[in-house]
Design a protein. Structure first.
Lengths: 114, 115
């Protein structure tokens, strides 16, 4: 079975500092990887995705993530965060032959302080 | 293009009642998936419909059911509501044809409170 672990439930950081949100997955088959962001009282918005090809993926709002197959990780990074980045971030995987089913991590609450 | 829409946005029900939630996917999308989000369990997959057929199912009791219409709109129904069914229910749509690499686009959710 597949699983996703987000290693930090909360990450406080000061504005303009860099941030890394960690995600590890477990799967015996190839997976596709996603990061979503959820602002209060809203649905999920896709930040970026890794399907194949280059292991460094760039997304919206200045975020990027690197797929590391040997370490089964897909960490999310941003070199300089803004107050508006305060939100909950979810890492997710989808598995071949399981259509639209996404398996999510527990989420990381990013809190950006002035 | 209009995004994924969900109605109603908020619902309050009492134990034992049933509820129906609606989801309209992005125009042209044929796959609709449903997720339950709670503070304790996080985001959990309920089921996926593609071309009016259930293509995938999560580990939820039979009280949770869904359907999809020919225009790709989907409904999910929860019967005999329990307090633990209080959650944010999210709907996501995708093109669906490839079955895997499609991006899932999420709606704003329906907040269900069971009293």
């Amino acid at each position: 079975a597949q699983s996703v672990t987000q290693l930090d439930s909360q990450v406080p950081v000061f504005e303009e500092a860099p941030v890394e949100l960690r995600c590890n997955y477990s799967s015996s088959v190839s997976v596709y990887l996603f990061w979503y962001v959820q602002y209060p009282n809203q649905g999920l918005q896709l930040l970026l995705k890794y399907l194949s090809g280059s292991t460094l993926v760039k997304g919206i709002n200045g975020f990027e993530a690197e797929f590391n197959k040997s370490q089964t990780s897909f960490h999310l990074r941003k070199p300089s965060v803004h107050i508006s980045d305060t939100a909950e971030y979810f890492c997710a995987v989808s598995v071949n032959n399981q259509g639209g089913k996404l398996i999510f991590g527990q989420g990381t609450e990013l809190s950006v302080k002035p | 293009k209009a995004g994924v829409t969900q109605t109603p946005r908020y619902l309050i029900k009492t134990r034992g009642q049933q509820v129906t939630l609606s989801c309209s996917p992005i125009s042209g999308h044929r796959s609709v998936s449903w997720y339950q989000q709670t503070p304790g369990q996080g985001l959990q997959f309920l089921f996926e419909y593609f071309s009016e057929t259930q293509r995938n199912k999560g580990n939820f009791p039979g009280r949770f059911s869904g359907r999809q219409f020919s225009n790709s709109r989907s409904e999910m129904n929860v019967s005999t509501l329990e307090l633990g069914d209080s959650a944010l229910y999210l709907c996501a749509s995708s093109l669906g044809a490839s079955g895997l690499a499609d991006t899932q686009y999420f709606g704003p959710g329906t907040r269900l409170t069971v009293l």
